[in-house]
Design a protein around this ligand. Structure first.
Ligand code: PXL
Length: 283
């Protein structure tokens, strides 16, 4: 019998708005993976376009949670990190990864900090250098194009992209971590998706689906969570990225069709059964 996998998701809790832990916990759990959480901060909503959000920093709690977990001798098959509450938390999370990982742990780092060519306003200018260090501690990194160029000091370009630009980014990112999934990739105006790169085999793959208009919040976390859910079910990286693209695009489509406020996140909930089926189909 297969042992159930266990993941630790390290993100903030945005109480409303479907991103970070309120997305990671249901998606990874729905794929049959036990999902423990370390909240990095508690906010009333995410910070993307909603004013007046509350913010409670939980930096002081992280080490205490990890101390307790270490005393319980828990093993984690994955550590998945996303939005961090402060620059100071980056070193604490690097230390946390070192304390929680063993030889079978897959560390997935999403360097959440920027989109559309801009660093999120709440972060200091040197945040990308910290996120770059965090990525160096990962097995798999999942930046979007903006996060990639900020960490690599490359020029930001708007899509559609030249293949050479994307492949340059992938190869440079492959020096930070063994495996790379780059999101927000497009080679024409009608399709959007992700690219993967394995720096050991040098293999590059692409996965695209038709682009849906509008900038929906939390889609990076929906994508990352579906990717972790797939990897934890032993789906190979390229297929895991294709499943995550499909799950994210379907969630955006449902939300677009319903005419929901784009700030309120996407309807991933009605795709959870389909995610489980896509993952089972690859076994
Ligand atoms: O989805 C990324 C994210 C997570 N958490 C918070 C955010 C954002 C993006 O803006 O504001 C609090």
């Amino acid at each position: 019998m297969n042992q159930q996998k266990r993941a630790a998701a390290i993100h903030d809790i945005s109480c409303f708005g479907r991103c970070s832990l309120t997305v990671a916990l249901p998606i990874i759990s729905a794929a049959g993976v036990e999902t423990a959480v370390i909240p990095t901060a508690v906010l009333s909503t995410h910070t993307g376009g909603i004013k007046g959000f509350t913010y409670r920093d939980l930096t002081d709690d992280i080490k205490k949670i990890v101390d307790h977990w270490v005393s319980l001798n828990l093993g984690f098959d994955s550590v998945y990190t996303g939005f961090l509450g402060s620059f100071e938390q980056i070193d604490i999370i690097i230390e946390t990864i070192g304390r929680l990982r063993n030889e079978r742990t897959i560390v997935v780092v999403d360097p959440v900090m920027a989109d559309n060519g801009k660093l999120y306003e709440i972060f200091p200018k040197d945040f990308p250098s910290g996120m770059k260090r965090l990525c160096e501690n990962a097995d798999v990194i999942i930046p979007n194009i903006t996060e990639a160029v900020l960490m690599l000091n490359e020029e930001y370009k708007e899509g559609p992209y030249e293949k050479a630009y994307i492949e340059l980014l992938l190869k440079k990112l492959g020096k930070l971590a063994k495996k790379v999934v780059l999101t927000g990739v497009s080679f024409n105006d009608s399709e959007l998706g992700a690219a993967t790169y394995d720096s050991e085999t040098k293999k590059i793959s692409y996965s695209f689906l038709p682009k849906i208009p509008g900038y929906y919040h939390g889609t990076g976390d929906v994508f990352g969570s579906a990717l972790v859910a797939s990897l934890m079910n032993d789906v190979p990286l390229e297929k895991a990225a294709a499943i995550a693209v499909r799950f994210t695009a379907d969630s955006i489509k449902r939300t677009f069709d319903a005419g929901t406020d784009i700030r309120f996140g996407v309807n991933f909930e009605e795709g959870l059964k389909g995610l489980k089926d896509m993952i089972s189909g690859h076994k």
